[in-house]
Design a protein around this ligand. Structure first.
Ligand SMILES: NC(=O)c1ccc[n+]([C@@H]2O[C@H](COP(=O)([O-])OP(=O)(O)OC[C@H]3O[C@@H](n4cnc5c(N)ncnc54)[C@H](O)[C@@H]3O)[C@@H](O)[C@H]2O)c1
Length: 442
């Protein structure tokens, strides 16, 4: 080699190494900053319990876990490159179930905004689990999407309906969000969960399977909603998709875990690329009235008392709906790649991700911020006596004390993590509420 080139090349190589080193340092710092609160909390608990004999051990092992996590992450990043099938949504038919629902309607809106030639077909049975007027309102907001959105009022538990839709529209990407949601409702209404979450999901899987019949291109990606509730009362936080989730504490959670198992079997047997998304407590404008932030608001404006479970000792990873939708849209465009195993049979093109804010908030802090934002938006008067309308009560069956998402896999594979601050999200909810229900919430 020309000796004149050797020195500039060496310098460039040296420079690259240094850049790489700085990048690794930065990544490590980011991981450390996310884990540090948990490590400090553990040390604090040890000290507060009066038994600090394990303090040094716990701190030491937390640091070791952090280092191992870091190296696994960098290893996975190298290994994962190129292991994804990119999907261009333009010109395709996208099928969204639960399209009049909270997340579904926001997803349809976003898909209409982001694409110019995609056709979106939505289905919803408009059930009255909560006020159907809210579902009608969301649909009205969507309109017909400039002729690109077709809404079908129908039930995913009806096999014929689903088969007909797949036959008529031939969707390339399917996002299954239709489900009977809610943990507490599953205690009194189990049938709804079996119908929508199990039979309905099975119908979707069967339709995906037959979409490849007679050499058709078929479904390129099935994305479906799972839930953070599959983690049950797991003690280890943050919840990682690598954790064991075999101990559901509600029927709702059991159906969501079943969805993941069924999707895995269908991915293996019929090579259907599928991705399950474990959403963490989603909130936002035109959200679900059965969820705490919405229910609290309704009660407070009627002058009723709100009940704060587990005496306020609950932590939730509240995730703003736009962040959820951003995650879903990114994931729709990257399916797990179809690959053959050593035996010549398909390796299941299957993945599961957490989508959560990765920053759990105490329920009492959450209520406090909500109150402030409700006053700012004019939903409640400035002199509202909150203390007189608050009651601390014990834990409810099916509830879990904490939810906390580990989103490192989502960041690694899709370069995204939710980031909307709670105050900002609750402000937008309060402003929407004021607009929708009027001043004083009337
Ligand atoms: N919102 C959250 O905090 C959260 C958290 C974890 C998981 N999820 C999951 O995300 C998905 C969407 O949740 P969401 O908050 O938008 O709930 P949502 O109740 O607002 O939306 C679900 C929609 O599905 C419809 N639906 C129910 N059963 C149906 C059926 N058999 N056929 C057709 N339509 C049916 C409902 O009418 C509703 O409009 C659900 O699968 C839910 O389990 C939500």
């Amino acid at each position: 080699m020309n000796t004149n080139l050797i020195y500039p090349l060496r310098a460039a190589k040296h420079c690259m190494r240094q850049l790489l080193f700085v990048r690794h340092l930065l990544m490590f710092a980011v991981m450390l900053s996310r884990r540090l609160p948990a490590i400090i909390a553990q040390c604090w608990r040890d000290t507060a319990s009066g038994d600090d004999s394990h303090l040094a051990d716990n701190a030491f092992f937390s640091c070791i876990y952090l280092c191992v996590d870091y190296f696994l992450l960098t290893f996975a990043q190298t290994k994962n490159k190129g292991n994804m099938q990119k999907i261009d949504l333009e010109g395709k038919t996208l099928f969204v179930t639960g399209a009049a629902g909270f997340i579904g309607s926001n997803l349809v809106k976003r898909l209409l905004h982001d694409t110019t030639h995609a056709r979106i077909v939505g289905i919803d049975n408009m059930n009255d689990y909560y006020d159907p007027a809210l579902k009608e309102y969301r649909l009205k907001e969507l309109g017909d999407g400039g002729g690109r959105f077709t809404f079908i009022r129908g039930d995913i538990a009806h096999r014929d309906t689903i088969d007909r839709i797949f036959h008529d529209y031939k969707p390339a990407v399917v996002v299954n969000l239709a489900a009977q949601a809610g943990v507490r409702y599953s205690i009194t209404n189990p049938d709804a969960y079996i119908q929508s979450n199990l039979i309905g999901f099975y119908n979707i899987l069967e339709a995906c399977r037959h979409s490849y019949d007679n050499g058709q291109t078929g479904v390129e990606h099935l994305v479906y909603a799972s839930s953070s509730s599959v983690y049950g009362s797991n003690k280890k936080v943050p919840y990682s998709t690598d954790d064991k989730v075999d101990n559901p504490v509600s029927l709702y959670a059991a159906t969501k875990k079943s969805n993941e198992l069924l999707a895995h079997a269908y991915a293996k047997l019929y090579n259907i690329p599928s991705t399950g998304l474990r959403f963490f407590t989603v909130y936002g404008p035109a959200g679900r009235p059965d969820m705490a932030y919405f229910g609290f608001t309704n009660k407070l404006r009627r002058g009723e008392t709100i009940q704060i479970f587990n005496y306020g000792n609950c932590k939730r990873d509240f995730t703003y709906v736009d962040d959820i939708v951003e995650g879903v849209v990114r994931i729709m465009q990257g399916a797990p790649e179809k690959q053959a195993g050593d035996d010549g049979l398909p390796l299941p093109p299957y993945a599961v991700y957490n989508i959560g804010n990765s920053s759990p908030e105490n329920l009492l802090t959450f209520v406090d911020i909500l109150q402030q934002e409700l006053i700012s938006a004019g939903v409640l008067p400035a002199d509202y006596d909150f203390e007189a309308h608050k009651q601390l009560v014990p834990m409810q069956p099916g509830d879990v004390p904490v939810t906390f998402a580990d989103t490192s896999a989502l960041e690694r594979d899709y370069g995204f993590r939710p980031s909307t601050p709670l105050r900002e999200g609750l402000r937008r909810f309060a402003q929407w509420y004021r607009e929708f229900y009027g001043e004083g919430g009337n």
